[in-house]
Design a binder for this molecule. Structure first.
Ligand SMILES: Cc1ncc(COP(=O)(O)O)c(C=O)c1O
Length: 417
């Protein structure tokens, strides 16, 4: 405290200059090292771990400096809705890992989805989107964007010509999510990247299920990448958060709208998420290996009707998943024999899989999409994206795989009775 009061004159500038750029570190292309060693420059206290700056605004040393900052003659932190050192550290690190030019941290994944759409779409514009998308994103497309004169067309995952066929002169954006929630459909990013380039469209990809460790849509031409950081990036179910990262040109409008509308992430949540990125690679290695083993187990089980996991050879887009993902991710979707009653009995019989709407946690989680996350969809809409009454979505945690398989087995047996 005394330190800060004594140094008040230099504090404002000092913090900005110290935090605007990440620490200088040894140059490396290794994901894990970048995730751990990129950190905001240290304060004069020389702390080892990044501090949190829980402040809503920053001081100007003089009235003249305030005027000059507001006139864009010099840059400094002003007000935490506009920019904040903890948000900057988190986003600069995420950009480094995903090879993006710029980004923004948002208060939730849905704030990121909405901001990416609202920043680039105007009345009269049209969006081409993959049909299998998160329930709230679907509601944005069907119930809110039409209020502002923005239309969309969905393309089915198995309709190879659907994207080209449905292009309109007013099409401005391609929006996709891969793997999709909850069906784990895989969308061809290379194809859509090229189509977007040829037709001068913004290409937006929701990468929440993969994170930059498993898939980098920017390598395939995405302009903007969305994350619900609530999921694997947090990894312990502590925060709601989101991010948009992408190329500088596409991010410009996003920043302009965000400054005025304020979907800002709190410094505390940014601090947590930046720390979480340090362990993302090791966590995902375990999530993926557990999920793969669980998927193989379920595929052989006689009480299981079908299984979806991107890296199971039985997945309809298996080869595509192998091309664009490093590993298959932590989610497994499957159908049990029976309908809603059997699913509920099965969920209630599980002892290690928690019934919760979140995913990407250290703890294994299970959801029945038809009665929870996707319950607002009509029967026809559910049918179109294969959300049947028998479908369950599991987020495979970091527990020992033997315990998880044992728990699944006993619940499948118990729920049959
Ligand atoms: C693919 C996907 N995108 C976006 C979201 C929304 O994220 P949030 O809940 O952080 O707003 C979710 C949430 O489950 C999701 O699964």
């Amino acid at each position: 405290m005394i330190f800060f009061i004594k140094n008040r004159i230099i504090y404002n500038k000092h913090i900005y200059e110290k935090t605007k750029k990440l620490c200088k570190m040894k140059k490396t292309t290794c994901f894990e090292t970048n995730a751990i060693h990129s950190q905001m420059k240290r304060s004069p206290l020389n702390e080892h771990s990044t501090p949190i700056y829980p402040t809503s605004s920053f001081l100007f040393n003089t009235a003249e400096e305030a005027q000059s900052v507001f006139a864009d003659e010099q840059q400094t932190y002003i007000y935490s809705r506009l920019a904040h050192p903890n948000n900057d550290e988190f986003i600069e690190k995420l950009c480094l890992l995903e090879k993006a030019g710029d980004g923004i941290a948002t208060a939730s994944g849905m704030a990121a989805v909405f901001l990416s759409l609202a920043a680039h779409l105007r009345a009269g514009d049209h969006v081409l989107a993959s049909r299998s998308i998160f329930g709230s994103t679907h509601l944005l497309f069907t119930q809110f964007l039409p209020r502002w004169g923005i239309t969309h067309t969905y393309v089915d995952v198995d309709d190879k010509n659907g994207w080209k066929k449905n292009l309109l002169p007013s099409t401005k954006m391609i929006f996709t999510e891969t793997p999709s929630n909850p069906g784990l459909d895989i969308i061809n990013l290379e194809y859509l990247g090229q189509l977007s380039r040829e037709n001068d469209l913004y290409f937006v990809v929701d990468n929440s299920f993969s994170t930059p460790y498993l898939q980098r849509p920017i390598d395939f031409g995405a302009d903007l990448v969305i994350h619900s950081t609530t999921k694997f990036i947090d990894g312990q179910g502590r925060t709601i958060g989101g991010a948009i990262i992408g190329n500088k040109e596409a991010m410009e409008e996003v920043h302009m709208l965000a400054r005025q509308t304020g979907p800002t992430l709190s410094p505390f949540n940014s601090w947590i998420l930046s720390k979480s990125l340090e362990t993302l690679a090791v966590r995902l290695d375990r999530h993926c290996s557990n999920a793969f083993q669980l998927a193989e187990f379920l595929e052989k089980h006689k009480e299981v009707r079908s299984v979806r996991y991107p890296l199971l050879p039985s997945h309809p887009q298996y080869e595509l998943a192998c091309r664009q993902m490093n590993q298959g991710g932590g989610l497994v979707s499957f159908e049990v024999n029976g309908g809603v009653d059997r699913c509920m009995k099965f969920e209630n019989a599980l002892q290690l899989f928690n019934i919760t709407a979140n995913l990407g946690d250290t703890r294994s989680c299970i959801t029945h999409p038809s009665t929870t996350t996707h319950s607002k969809l009509t029967s026809e809409e559910k049918q179109a994206v294969n959300i049947t009454d028998s479908l369950l979505r599991v987020s495979v945690g970091l527990e020992h795989i033997n315990d998880l398989l044992e728990d699944m087995e006993q619940a499948l047996v118990k729920s049959k009775k």
